[in-house]
Design a protein around this ligand. Sequence first.
Ligand code: 13P
Length: 251
Amino acid sequence: MRKNIVAGNWKMNKNLQEGIALAKELNEALTADKPNCDVVICTPFIHLASVTPIVDSALIGVGAENCADKVSGAYTGEVSAEMVASTGAQYVILGHSERRSYYGETVEILEEKVKLALANNLTPIFCIGEVLEERQAEKQNEVVAAQLASVFTLSAEDFSKIVLAYEPVWAIGTGLTATPEQAQDIHAYIRSLIAEKYGQEIADNCSILYGGSCKPSNAKELFAKPDVDGGLIGGAALKVADFKGIIDAFK
Ligand code: 13P
């Protein structure tokens, strides 16, 4: 059956020393009080090689927040999936709404990134979600269905290796959270699309995380919904007490 996962997305926060300190503190907290779910921290590229050796890989997975859509070569400033994997990281967030909207990442670019991540044995945490106007126009189902095109060209075997994250853009960093019912409705819809494409077993085994202003006070209610398999956490992943509070929603 599918895994419950709480993943942190540090975004562009914490310098190297602060990031190392945060990872160490989280590792200590989870060593003392073991989680009942998988825990992942996705950090800026420059932190990866320092963070992977200091966390217990049985307790905490490490991931990047992006990778290049090219294998290697003259792409100044880019970081390849192979480079990410060579740090010991096991995950990579792809398709975050901030990457889609600020850096022009399209369905096609993301398809390349997902394939390269998988070719390098990284688990993509693939993000989808609608903006406020789309939600107000009740177009959220259409929007996520179109975004899934980046991963619906994968073989069934490869698709079963990815994690999905539904992040309504209107809930990211705004303090507005989708209600547990809103999250459940769209997660169930996403799972039904997976079932149509790959069959019920693969759909049942796919972890679908919720992201957007998730915090200790609302995590339990959200994660209690049958199709919500954990969270992708931004702001609250930057403080161990908050992140652990969310992890403890599975206790
Ligand atoms: P917040 O938890 O800060 O709303 O961010 C969610 C997010 O974008 C995680 O990827």
